[in-house]
Design a protein around this ligand. Structure first.
Ligand code: MN
Length: 485
């Protein structure tokens, strides 16, 4: 079923009945005009892609400006319309977001795992604004959903790139909503056999059992909670198939071992109701000792809040209950993004407020060693740029760095033999300030082994400067005694 702009408006009105939809409709018309006649690889109208992106954003309660940027996100790239027109009609904030998405879109994973770390940093540095990251996630999610239309090699590349770059960033920012969906879609394309097996087991055995069990539990709980005056919602599965797959691989366990404990999540209206609900649960079923955890009084280091308890539930089945409020629930799946739903504030990683830094610092202490945040502070990225070598390596340099810094960062010989530079396939001057995303190719001459003294003025990095000085000193000696070099 094609998506309509009305669906997006309905979704927005759920969050804010008085939302002003004029600009949304204007953005829709702008995108419709820009993408007119364009088709997706699947054959459907191109406009369906920005519409789906915007709908996803509305579902996670993004503010209207983010929805507008979502509708417009492919306009500058795919069509002749430019950013200036967007700025004129929708303002600088929207134009900046659209520009950010275009920039992030240029980051390509070329299948070498050692680059994944740099690409993650680059992604965050170039997005700079958390809202840009969310739009990019919504965009990527729809692309993953329509991967079938692409040739096999492209499918693999996009799925691999998502798993190596996007999924870890979603995890870092605590945005499980995207993390789970993206990783299951990638799982399907990267490990089709394993996916099929696991999905079959889940769909045919677990799901039914789950459903019946949830129903049973609900039937017992409902009258008790109602009597206590508690509104509630109950949920079953909240693990991704991919995370189950990883667990099974790591510990060589069977599906049934991982699913041995039922977990149910109960969402209620208030903190007081959380405690009351635990009381009701404990009065119905015997709790396991030492399994009650109060993450409301003492939140987990990543900010997660809820009450957990494990009981011998209906039929003696060991069951874990997680009880939390709607707000806590949304924070747990939307992560950092959830904060602007409540505070309605813009959060930019570039000018990050204290709390973002605090959360990230906390995460840094809790994350495993593979998380990039454990090796680099996010504020390190603020004055860094990320540029590509012709082979697709990412070189990380300070803001204001020039091709000379780049050359010496790659290799001393490349620096010493440098006679010119191509930036984005154009011959450029050696004192050009590089920008994130530039593709830089140093032109070398094998017999030319002398840096110019003027380069000392151009180089921004200490590394380049000391190497230039060293080579200048060595120059004479080298020519005399090592003429073959
Ligand atoms: Mn797109």
């Amino acid at each position: 079923m094609p998506i309509t702009i009305q669906q997006i408006i309905d979704e927005l009105k759920k969050n804010d009945p008085r939302v002003d939809t004029d600009m949304i409709i204007l953005a829709y018309e702008f995108a419709a005009k820009a993408h007119q006649g364009q088709k997706r690889k699947s054959g459907e109208s191109y406009l369906q892609h920005p519409l789906q992106t915007a709908l996803t954003l509305a579902q996670i309660k993004a503010e209207p400006d983010v929805i507008i940027a979502g509708l417009l996100h492919d306009v500058p790239e795919d069509t002749g319309e430019n950013l200036k027109e967007i700025e004129k009609q929708f303002g600088k904030d929207v134009a900046d977001m659209v520009e950010g998405i275009t920039k992030v879109g240029k980051i390509k994973y070329r299948g070498i795992e050692r680059h994944a770390e740099s690409l993650k940093k680059m992604f965050i540095a170039m997005a700079a604004d958390i809202r840009v990251i969310l739009i990019k996630f919504a965009d990527r999610l729809h692309n993953l959903m329509t991967l079938d239309a692409l040739p096999e090699n492209k499918r693999q590349r996009i799925a691999r790139e998502t798993l190596e770059i996007y999924v870890p960033i979603a995890g870092l920012l605590g945005i499980w909503y995207f993390k789970y969906q993206m990783e299951d879609l990638c799982f399907k394309y990267l490990y089709p056999e394993e996916y099929k097996k696991l999905e079959f087991t889940y769909e045919h055995e677990q799901k039914l059992e789950n459903k019946q069990y949830i129903k049973k539990t609900k039937n017992i709980l409902m009258p008790q909670l109602k009597e206590a005056g508690i509104n509630f919602d109950i949920q079953g599965r909240f693990k991704s198939l991919y995370s189950i797959f990883l667990k099974m691989q790591k510990k060589e366990r069977k599906f049934s071992d991982i699913y041995d404990v039922f977990a149910l999540r109960i969402i209620v209206d208030s903190v007081a109701d959380c405690y009351k609900t635990i009381g009701v649960i404990h009065s119905l079923w015997r709790p396991k000792t030492n399994r009650f955890k109060d993450y409301i009084a003492v939140p987990k280091p990543n900010g997660y809040q809820a009450l957990h308890t494990t009981v011998f539930g209906p039929g003696g089945k060991v069951t874990e209950f997680q009880v939390l409020t709607q707000k806590m629930y949304e924070e747990s799946i939307y992560g950092i993004a959830a904060h602007w739903f409540y505070k309605n504030k813009k959060i930019s990683l570039g000018k990050q407020p204290r709390w973002v830094r605090d959360i990230l610092v906390l995460m840094r202490h809790t994350a495993n060693s593979e998380e990039f945040i454990s090796t680099a502070k996010i504020d390190v990225f603020q004055d860094r740029i990320f540029v590509f070598t012709p082979k697709g390596d990412v070189i990380d340099l300070p803001d204001g760095a020039t091709p000379i810094d780049f050359a010496y960062a790659v290799h001393t010989d490349i620096g010493d033999q440098c006679i010119g530079v191509m930036i984005n396939d154009k011959i450029s001057k050696l004192n050009t300030e590089l920008r994130s995303g530039d593709l830089v190719e140093i032109i070398i001459e094998k017999n030319h082994r002398k840096p110019s003294r003027d380069w000392l003025k151009i180089a921004k990095t200490q590394r380049a400067r000391s190497k230039i000085k060293f080579s200048l000193k060595q120059g004479g000696w080298r020519e005399k005694f090592m003429p073959w070099r």
